[in-house]
Design a protein around this ligand. Sequence first.
Ligand code: ZN
Length: 139
Amino acid sequence: MAVITKSFSVKTKGDTDIKNITPQVGDALKEAGLSNGILTVFVPGSTAGITTTEYEPGLLKDLPALFERLIPKGDDYHHNLTWGDGNGYAHLRAALIKSFFTVPFVKGELILGTWQQIILIDFDNRRRQREIVVQIIGE
Ligand code: ZN
C-alpha cells in the first residue's frame, strides 16, 4: 500500500469558470504508477469546487445558470459586509459542491463513466491560479 501525492496548476477566469481536469488527473495516476486503489482530487481554497459532469457545451451553460438561480451573484450576503470582497456568492456555491472528488481506479485506469469528466469550477470574482492536489492511495 502506498500513498502518493501529486499536484498540478490550473489558470481560471473565475466567475463560475468550468475546467475539465480529467486529463491532468489521469496523468497524475499514470505518474504514480499504482494499479488499484482510490484517488482524491482536492482544491485548496473556499471559492472553488470539484465535481463531475459531462463536459459538453450545453452543460457548460446549464451549470452556471443553475448556480445563478440558486445563489445569485448580485444578492446581498453577510460575507460581503465582513470583507468587502464581493464574493459571498462564490463561497456559498463552493460550499454546495465541496472541494474534493474521489474516484476508484483499477488496473491503472480511473473508473469513470463514458461521459463523466472531473471538473474544477472556480466561482471567485477574479482570475485565479489554482493548485490542484491529487492524493492516490493504492498498490
Ligand atoms: Zn470572500
